[in-house]
Design a protein around this ligand. Structure first.
Ligand code: MRU
Length: 343
């Protein structure tokens, strides 16, 4: 299994996903701001993975500041920088807030606590993925041809993945014949990362550009769409990688089931609908260039939202680690959270 995050005795090593698929290199982070930079530059990315990276960032900072005068204030400021490193995926803020709220005092007890919490989330994410994979795979009929967007695999999570975890499980169960992989402009998480993961697993997959999905669906070559999520509002509206909403509209038009796969930690019950989800806007060069190579006039104005919101009316089911919500999402989500004691 690919390890996007590798904790050591005194650092956290982050697999630099910007260099994939050409190169496997790890960035050794010994301070919070190194982790913040890795999160913001997408060296580490994907909602669950940035939460785990964020907690290790907090731990390395506490380790570095142990014994410093003003260490407590500096750690709190670093905690805020980590928490706010990316705004859309709720997992990061959720994990940091939860861990910070129950921290014990200071010093070595605090350092040990932060490491324990980071390790616990690391383990937990992996188990959550396995449960989602089982629930999600059961929704797919044998020999399905599925389409996926962005990267929701081991690189974006820890373990099997969310939507890609379902695809892995369903393939193992004989339920998948073919995976269509959207390249996912502008940063190509589909072609660079998902394609790479699927090739390593030997799962039959074909890469398409984002604009090809409509014609594939019209030709009857897609049986289901599976995507992950960065934040799900209480009514089921879902923020995910830009382009997800377009796929949901297309799936609806062609009567193809559209499944969202995400752990309960991606649900934000404080937001009643997707309108309130903050959408990250990223730098213009990400659209004007591909890996430093200009593909547009140098000063061309650019609009570059990293995510869009799919209304729950276009979603067939939300697969979580404790069960599947379908139909009335508001009630279904509330029930799943209550079962988990998070209601
Ligand atoms: O900008 P990214 O690459 O972090 O976006 C990632 C996604 O949109 C994923 O689909 C999402 O985080 C869910 S993956 C577990």
């Amino acid at each position: 299994m690919i390890e996007p995050i590798r904790p050591t005795a005194d650092a956290v090593e982050i697999l630099d996903q910007r260099a994939l698929p050409e190169r496997m290199r790890y960035i050794r982070c010994t301070r919070a701001d190194m982790v913040v930079d890795a999160i913001q530059s997408l060296a580490v990315r994907g909602a669950p993975a940035i939460a785990v990276a964020g907690l290790y960032g907090l731990w390395v900072e506490a380790l570095a500041l142990a014994g410093h005068t003003n260490g407590t204030d500096e750690l709190e400021a670093a905690k805020d920088r980590i928490r706010n490193a990316r705004p859309t995926a709720v997992n990061l803020a959720w994990a940091v807030d939860k861990v910070w709220a129950t921290r014990p005092g200071e010093g070595s007890a605090l350092v040990r606590y932060l490491r324990r919490e980071a390790d616990a989330l690391y383990q937990e994410e992996s188990l959550r993925n396995e449960r989602m994979a089982q629930f999600g795979a059961a929704l797919l009929p044998p020999s399905s041809r599925v389409l996926t967007h962005c990267n929701t695999g081991s690189l974006a999570t820890i373990g099997l993945g969310t939507a890609l975890g379902v695809i892995r499980q369903a393939y193992a169960d004989g339920r998948i014949d073919q995976v269509w992989v959207d390249e996912t402009r502008p940063l190509l998480q589909g072609s660079r990362l998902t394609a790479w993961e699927l090739v390593q697993d030997g799962i039959p997959a074909t890469l398409i550009t984002d604009s090809m999905a409509a014609s594939l669906m019209a030709q009857g070559k897609v049986d289901a769409v599976l995507v992950g999520a960065d934040r799900i509002a209480a009514n089921g509206d879902t923020a995910n990688k830009i382009g997800t909403y377009g796929l949901a509209v297309l799936a609806h038009f062609h009567h193809i089931p559209f499944y969202v796969v995400a752990p309960l930690s991606t649900i934000d019950r404080t937001l009643s609908s997707g309108n309130a989800i903050p959408i990250e806007e990223r730098a213009a060069h990400e659209v004007r260039e591909i890996r430093g190579q200009a593909i547009a006039p140098r000063d061309m104005p650019v609009f570059n939202p990293a995510f869009d919101v799919t209304p729950s009316s276009l979603i067939s089911a939300i697969v979580t680690d404790t069960g599947v919500a379908q139909g009335d999402f508001e009630t279904g989500i509330a029930k799943l959270l209550e079962q988990e004691g998070k209601g």
